[in-house]
Design a protein around this ligand. Structure first.
Ligand SMILES: NC(=O)c1ccc[n+]([C@@H]2O[C@H](COP(=O)([O-])OP(=O)(O)OC[C@H]3O[C@@H](n4cnc5c(N)ncnc54)[C@H](OP(=O)(O)O)[C@@H]3O)[C@@H](O)[C@H]2O)c1
Length: 302
């Protein structure tokens, strides 16, 4: 079945690749963002702060994929930036809710991005499942409030899927691009203890998961979007260096340096979590990339 899908925040890392993969499968895609874009994909505008949205964006749409949110890692976490990180997610979701509540529409499914940051950071032995409670800390609180808004959409009789995204591996941006940069210059090093766990997923597997969430009507509720195994920061650093054929000779960068550079944001890279993919596997999802080095080769070696 061909779906007509409206994607919010589609100009970002995930939305760009997801759009390509949805089009390859024959789905109809349009975008809702802060600016009108030129090109082949129908583009509509919203202004989250002023609570306005072009209602034409929803015409004939059966599925919304909601990805919009201010980047959590591109600026220091000042009070103003933290507010923007939170409200770009909660207010945009509320705007979608109010629009769908107050206007006739044809939307049957909403697939919302969330994050494994929901669980906070874990102790060594702890493995988070979709049943685990929300954790503590800024990102856990942002994600909890974001999901609280998304959950209201269920009450409108719309099938709701929440994709709790792990560390997305992509050559175009995000954690991998940042980690690979110094390694390419021969000055890479693990961060902090290097023992923090990273629950990673290849961007194509993540987008395939979003597509299955759209197509498979039995999916409902929260799903962790992480691969079948996690690695430590030191293991990931080593694997990137191996794939890029670069030396790793520097000692790990101590916590205090990371804190000096990043401020409160340092917690995000100095801590980690083990997150389970059991539910997504049980739901019939088949990963293309289960081996870290294969995933890295696919992304980094051209
Ligand atoms: N990439 C990851 O590793 C990862 C991990 C966990 C969760 N996630 C979540 O998944 C979603 C998509 O991730 P991504 O990596 O594609 O993010 P991204 O590259 O930062 O893109 C997010 C998009 O959201 C829109 N946006 C940015 N600031 C906004 C604001 N203040 N108000 C409204 N919209 C705003 C922008 O689209 P327009 O310019 O078109 O409006 C932007 O392209 C995000 O919500 C992110 O938190 C990502």
């Amino acid at each position: 079945m061909i779906h007509k899908i409206l994607i919010t925040g589609a100009s970002g890392l995930v939305g760009s690749r997801l759009t390509e993969m949805l089009l390859e499968k024959g789905h109809l895609v349009s975008h809702l963002g802060r600016q009108k874009k030129t090109g082949n994909i129908p583009s509509f505008v919203w202004d989250v702060e002023n609570k306005s949205v072009d209602l034409q964006a929803f015409e004939g749409v059966d599925t919304i994929i909601h990805l919009a949110g201010a980047d959590i890692a591109d600026q220091r976490w000042t009070a103003q930036r933290k507010k923007e990180i939170l409200e770009s997610r909660t207010h945009s979701t509320k705007l979608l809710f109010d629009t769908l509540k107050d206007h006739p529409h044809t939307v049957k499914t909403l697939v919302g991005a969330s994050a494994i940051g929901y669980y906070g950071f874990g102790l060594d032995e702890e493995v988070f499942t979709e049943e685990s409670k929300a954790g503590i800390g800024f990102l856990a609180e942002v994600t909890r409030q974001w999901e609280e808004q998304v959950d209201r959409i269920d009450k409108l009789g719309i099938r709701l899927v929440k994709v709790r995204i792990g560390i997305v591996l992509s050559e175009k941006g995000g954690a991998l691009a940042e980690m690979a940069k110094p390694i390419r210059f021969g000055v890479g090093a693990p961060l902090g203890s290097g023992k923090q766990f990273l629950s990673w997923i290849h961007i194509d597997d993540l987008c395939a998961m979003f597509i299955q969430a759209v197509e498979d009507q039995s999916w409902h509720g929260a799903y962790n979007a992480v691969g079948i195994n996690w690695v430590t920061n030191a293991e990931l650093t080593k694997a990137i260096a191996h794939v890029l054929k670069k030396p790793l000779w520097l000692p790990p960068i101590p916590d205090f340096i990371m804190k000096l550079i990043l401020g409160e944001m340092a917690g995000m890279v100095l801590n980690g979590s083990k997150v389970s993919s059991a539910k997504i596997q049980k739901a019939g999802f088949q990963f293309k990339y289960t081996d870290l080095k294969e995933a890295l080769k696919n992304l980094l070696v051209r």
